[in-house]
Design a protein around this ligand. Sequence first.
Ligand SMILES: C=C(O[C@@H]1C=C(C(=O)O)C=C[C@H]1O)C(=O)O
Ligand SMILES: [Mg+2]
Length: 468
Amino acid sequence: MAISHESELIDGLTEALAEAKRKQHKVLFSEVVEVDNINPLSFYRAGREDYLGERFFWQDPAKEMIIAGLGKAEKVQAAAHRLRFNDVEHSWEALTGSAIKTGILQKNGTGPLLFGGFSFDHKKNGSSLWDQFGDNLFYIPTFMLSIVNGQGYLTTNLICSPEDHIQLFMKMINERDTLLNGAVISEPGKREIMEQREIAPEHWKDTVATAIEEIKKTDLQKLVLAREMRLVFKDPVYSEQVLENLSREQKESFIFSLEVGSDCFVGASPERLIKKTGSEMFSTCLAGSIARGKDKQEDDMLGNTLLHDQKNLIEHQYVVSMIEQAIKSVCHSVDIPRQPMLMKNRHIQHLYTPVKGKCDESVSIFHVMEKLHPTPALGGLPQEKAVRRIREMEQLERGFYAGPIGWADSYGNGEFAVAIRSALLQGKEASLFAGCGIVEDSTPESEYIETSIKFKPMLSALGGMLHE
Ligand SMILES: C=C(O[C@@H]1C=C(C(=O)O)C=C[C@H]1O)C(=O)O
Ligand SMILES: [Mg+2]
């Protein structure tokens, strides 16, 4: 299946090459065509042989946007400092400002697109677990399949340098056709777990007790503390298999993966940080948790308990106040319900307040992210103090866990989730992360149980043991 309109493609590429030569600078070329009947996970899987270590996947809960990216036309990475959101945005603007685009234009989530994430804390250093990721990392994929409200689009992105020649790119276009014609990829065998281990649970409970004392005695109001679980498998884990399981089991969540070399960060987060479509903006306040019931009656009872539980309502309200303030500072109108509702996921239920706003189209999603991250759902309150105390007290290396992960297109649209319910896959090993909001009325034991529930989505997708 040769899908490209050859002449349009060649014209566009020729223009991009000429522009690169004229400017003596690289120029991004991007072509978008409509495609039908390509399953995004099959596309992702088909890229295993040739693009392993440079793939990503994204799916929102409503499946309005599913994106699978293969290969790396370009990488964007900012230095680890306070201005990292701004720096990524500027690199992105420099690339898209001079980009040459052909085919279908102006379609949300197609054409030049940046996918990646930011670590939780740019000041935390010395992380060996996450060294392949750095502080932040974004790809502009070479080949990308976007399913936008059910319609498929294939984007091809290429960076043209002044010294490049058109032949170089025609070879890649042939590779794309091979990929679309269905590279045959072997199915991985059944996963066997050799070891499942919680990291220092007793020490973590002691840290929670210390945090509770500090909250009682100082101006610290909320602190989110996370812990880690490690799995060891008989054979290396394939991210496509994990994505398939997550996609089947966590229908209410954002499913994502980001491969970097031999590592892959993967997860199913129920929490949107920010979505921007034109002048519409959306965010989510999610904090306060309880288990699902065995049957409808118990489930309703637990949900009702959560809706009226003072400890959880306070934990939630901190998040609402902060997000409301941040969104109001960039929007001219904001809509936030006064009472939280329930969000029910397969293994857990949460207090949930959706946030909607209207903003100028020109508002940058990176700017809003900088205002929001980290919300008190993942950091605490007051924000700066909480992040510092997490840096000092937590044993694990959060890396990209609890940071923003998602995409931004060249038209100013994008969506980022908070990368929770996630795991870092490293060959035959996986590190899982789960945290919870500590407030004055927390107890170490109940927070321990809450984090145990939060491991379940990833444990289930990885074939681990779900302790009841
Ligand atoms: C920190 C996590 O989840 C966050 C903490 C919650 C809580 O403490 O109630 C609920 C949702 C998330 O905002 C996690 O899943 O790791
Ligand atoms: Mg909680």
